[in-house]
Ligand binder design. Structure first.
Ligand SMILES: [Zn+2]
Ligand SMILES: [Zn+2]
Length: 349
C-alpha cells in the first residue's frame, strides 16, 4: 500500500506538479521546461477552480461550459493588457523558476557560517524530520519577512516604485504570466535570498537546527504547493482560508486588492499567499475586504494610468520607461529648484 502510494506520488510529482527546470541548460530545453511549467500550472488552476465553481460559487450556470466561461473569461484573455503580458513571457518564466529553488541554501549557508565563526551551540536538534521541517519553516519565514521589506520599499520609495509599477500596470489579472520588471525582480530576489538567508540561518543557529541537503527537496515540494496556491492571487477566483486563518496566513483573495487602482486599496496588502498577515498588520498596510468587494476593483497602477494613458501599454514602454521615470525621481523637483535659486539670490543680496 505504502509502495503504491509512493509510486503514485512519484508519478504526480513527475508529470503533474509544476517545479523547476530539469532539462539540460540549453535554450530549447529551457523553452520546453517553461512551456511545461505553464501548462502544469494552468492544469492545477483549472482543476482547483472547477472545484470552487461547482461547490462554492453561486453565480453562473452549473455546467462545464458555464464553469469554463467563468474560469477563463474571454474579456481577460482578449484584453490589450493580456497581450502585453504575453510579450513578457520569457521574463515571467525565468522568475517563476528562481523564487523557491534555493531558499534553504541561503539559510543553510548562514547557519554554517555562524557555527564556524561562533562555534556550534551546546544543544542540537540534529538532522532528523523535525530539523528538516524547522529549516524549511525558518527559510520560509525569513524569505517572507525579507520579501515584505522589499515590497514596502517598492511602494514607499519613489525610485523603486517606478520599477515595481510594472507589476501594477496590468488592467486584467490572470495566473502565471503576470508581468514584473527585471530590475524589480532582481531586487526582490536579492532581498529574499540574501535577507531571507540571514534571518532564516540565524533562527536555525539559535535553535540548534543543522543545515541539511534534504531540506532542499522538502522545500521543492512546499514551493510547488505554494506556487499552485499563489496562482490564485492573480486571478478573479477568490480563495479565503476562513475569517480567522486569513488573519494569520495571507490568503490569495487579499492580493487582487493590492492591484486595485482605487485609492482606498492603494499600497495595501503587501504580503504573499502562505506568508504571515502579521507584517501588513504591523506596518499598517492591511486591507480586509468585505464579501463581493472584489467585483468592484478597477485594476491598474492608478486610475489616471489606464487604457491609452497606461505608461506600460507596450513591451518596450514596460521595459524602458521605468529607467527614465526612476532617474527623474532623483532630480530635485522644479519647484524646489526654483526656490533654491531664489534663496541663493536673496543670500547674494
Ligand atoms: Zn506591489
Ligand atoms: Zn501581484
Amino acid at each position: 500500500m505504502v509502495d503504491r502510494l509512493s509510486a503514485l506520488w512519484q508519478w504526480v510529482w513527475e508529470y503533474l506538479v509544476p517545479h523547476g527546470a530539469s532539462r539540460q541548460q540549453s535554450i530549447p530545453g529551457f523553452v520546453l521546461d517553461s512551456a511545461e511549467y505553464v501548462l502544469k500550472s494552468y492544469f492545477w488552476f483549472i482543476l482547483v477552480s472547477l472545484f470552487i465553481y461547482f461547490f462554492f460559487l453561486r453565480k453562473g450556470p452549473r455546467t462545464l461550459g458555464g464553469a469554463f466561461n467563468h474560469i477563463l473569461p474571454k474579456k481577460i484573455y482578449t484584453h490589450p493588457s493580456f497581450k502585453v503580458d504575453l510579450s513578457i513571457v520569457p521574463l515571467a518564466w525565468f522568475l517563476s523558476f528562481t523564487v523557491y529553488a534555493s531558499l534553504t541554501l541561503g539559510a543553510g549557508a548562514m547557519q554554517l557560517w555562524l557555527s564556524s565563526t561562533f562555534g556550534p551551540t551546546s544543544y542540537s536538534l540534529g538532522t532528523g524530520a523535525l530539523a528538516i521541517t524547522l529549516q524549511v519553516v525558518f527559510a520560509l519565514l525569513g524569505a517572507d519577512f525579507a520579501r515584505f521589506l522589499w515590497h514596502y520599499q517598492a511602494h514607499k520609495v519613489a525610485f523603486f516604485w517606478e520599477f515595481h509599477k510594472g507589476h501594477h500596470s496590468p488592467e486584467v489579472l490572470h495566473p502565471v504570466l503576470i508581468r514584473t520588471h527585471p530590475v524589480d525582480m532582481i531586487i526582490r530576489l536579492a532581498y529574499m535570498q540574501v535577507g531571507g538567508g540571514l534571518i532564516g540561518g540565524s533562527l536555525m543557529y539559535v535553535t540548534g537546527v543543522q543545515a541539511t541537503a534534504a531540506a532542499a527537496s522538502a522545500m521543492a515540494v512546499v514551493g510547488a504547493l505554494l506556487h499552485i496556491l499563489q496562482m490564485f492571487e492573480h486571478s478573479h477566483i477568490p480563495i479565503s482560508f476562513g475569517k480567522t486563518l486569513d488573519r494569520i496566513f495571507y490568503p490569495p483573495h487579499f492580493h487582487p486588492f493590492h492591484h486595485s487602482a482605487l485609492i482606498q486599496h492603494r499600497d495595501k496588502n503587501l504580503g504573499i499567499t502562505g506568508g504571515l498577515t502579521l507584517w501588513d498588520k504591523v506596518f499598517g498596510t492591511l486591507y480586509i475586504p468585505s464579501p463581493g468587494e472584489m467585483d468592484e476593483i478597477e485594476f491598474g497602477a492608478t486610475l489616471e494610468e489606464r487604457g491609452a494613458h497606461n505608461p506600460h501599454r507596450s513591451f518596450m514602454r514596460f521595459l524602458v520607461s521605468p529607467f527614465v521615470e526612476a532617474f527623474r525621481t532623483l532630480r530635485p523637483r522644479q519647484k524646489d529648484a526654483a526656490l533654491g535659486t531664489a534663496t541663493l539670490e536673496q543670500l547674494a543680496d
